[in-house]
Design a binder for this molecule. Structure first.
Ligand code: ADP
Ligand code: ASP
Ligand code: MG
Length: 413
């Protein structure tokens, strides 16, 4: 039978009632003749609570134990979803990551999927099971320990299953009815897109649009998975939501197609480091070894052989970054006067494939921010995106002003 993958995010399984609603939707697809693989997230808020407990217990936690704790939310929803389906007379069974087994690398808290042998689940389908409910976000390493795939990782579980089982489609059920030009929760003029190109979705996701985890989009692109984002709160047709697809399939091409933001940014500055060959390696080597994901980097003009080095990283890695720098200083590898963390910043980015062939997007973006009186702290650009770091209190204003200025509420053909 053809296989369909249906993934339900945290808000879609937040209560027993919502699990029932999701299960009904699964029942509809089973009735159409699909064998269904359901991927579930933890109930809304659960993973945040678990992460909070870990941080409170141990600020520089052992990532293996972090994974042991934070993966547990999905176990609950997987079992409850299987029970709910059984109550509806749909033959269903739950699977934790290790039972499948969904094999991953050993990079705890951001593990990558290496293999999903389909045999165990296929054997159950052959015996008449119609729905395999799989706990998203989690897997097992070669060392036999539980791993997690990074926040939002259930999306990646879903796409990986769709690839492994050659599914007809991978539907991501969430609390919005598709991918928008920007987060509809902070910009009421945001427009839903019927289709979005893989490359743009990749950029939007990696710049903070959490509607899909970046890795899930990478996998869908690599394995040619038909990936769709749909609402779990509205009635669905097969055409609803947003399809993530190849650029060639899209008629409507704006120069800028979306605005993304991320609150989860901190700006760190090493004050007065020696400006000498090898200094960047001496700073960013230890940061990388400490598991700090550095994003933007600026080195100031130096004065009398000394300079300030600024970089951004996720807020929850500030403590790690500080420790790595202080350790490198004590071992004499680098020298600096002070290290300053600013956690009141946000990153705002504009994304569009059309930027490749249109100049002036950066200039316009900077003008818009200037007109709003917003100071830019750091800038980075690539072929199809421009990102700025600004004070977090101006984030929503910046997103709305940019959405207006690039006229994203209008579709152009
Ligand atoms: P789930 O729990 O279903 O995985 P997430 O909270 O991870 O849901 O992702 C859905 C959220 O992504 C939406 O509620 C919305 O606020 C946010 N979001 C950010 N940018 C966008 C965008 N461009 N389009 C749609 N949603 C977006
Ligand atoms: N529950 C995990 C998280 O909140 C994974 C997911 O929902 O995708 O990050
Ligand atoms: Mg999510």
């Amino acid at each position: 039978m053809p296989v369909l993958v249906m993934k339900f995010g945290g808000t879609s399984v937040a209560t027993l009632d919502r699990i029932r609603r999701a299960a009904k939707r699964v029942g509809v697809e089973v009735a159409k003749g699909y064998d269904v693989i359901v991927i579930v997230s933890a109930m809304a808020g659960k993973t945040n609570e678990l992460v909070g407990w870990v941080n409170e217990t141990s600020p520089l936690y052992d990532a293996r134990e972090y994974d042991a704790v934070v993966s547990s939310g999905e176990n609950v929803t997987a079992g409850l979803m299987a029970l709910t389906l059984q109550e509806m007379d749909v033959p269903a069974r739950s699977w934790q990551g290790w039972q499948v087994p969904l094999k991953t690398t050993s990079q705890h808290a951001s593990a990558r999927i290496t293999e999903i042998p389909p045999d165990n689940i296929n054997a159950k389908f052959a015996e008449g099971m119609r729905v395999a409910v799989v706990a998203g976000f989690q897997g097992i390493s070669d060392e036999g320990r539980i791993t997690t795939l990074g926040r939002g990782g259930s999306d990646t579980t879903a796409v990986a299953f769709a690839a492994a089982f050659d599914a007809e489609r991978c539907d991501i059920y969430t609390d919005v009815d598709g991918v928008y030009t920007t987060d509809p929760r902070i910009c009421e003029k945001a427009r839903k897109l019927d289709k979005i190109a893989f490359e743009e979705m990749l950029e939007l996701a990696s710049l903070g649009a959490k509607v899909l985890q970046t890795r899930s989009v990478e996998l869908a692109l690599r394995y040619n998975v038909k990936l769709r984002v749909v609402s779990s709160f509205e009635e669905q047709s097969d055409e609803a939501g947003t399809l993530v697809c190849d650029e060639e399939e899209i008629m409507e091409l704006n120069v800028v197609s979306g605005v993304a933001y991320s609150r989860d940014e901190a700006k760190m500055t090493l004050i007065s480091v020696a400006d000498r060959p090898g200094i960047a390696a001496a700073i960013f080597g230890p940061l990388s070894e400490a598991g700090v994901n550095v994003d933007m980097i600026v080195q100031n003009i130096s004065e009398e052989g000394r300079t300030d080095m600024t970089f951004s990283c996720p807020t929850d890695q500030v403590a790690r970054a500080e420790k790595a720098m202080i350790d490198a200083k004590s071992s004499g590898d680098i020298n600096f006067h002070d290290i300053v963390a600013d956690t009141n910043v946000a990153k705002v980015s504009v994304v569009g494939i059309g930027m490749r062939s249109h100049a002036g997007v950066a200039a316009k973006m900077f003008q818009v921010l200037s007109d709003e009186g917003i100071n830019i702290k750091v800038i980075t650009t690539s072929e199809i995106k421009i990102s700025v770091l600004i004070d977090r209190k101006y984030m929503e204003l910046a997103v709305q002003a940019l959405h207006d200025a690039f006229e994203l509420e209008k579709a152009t053909v």
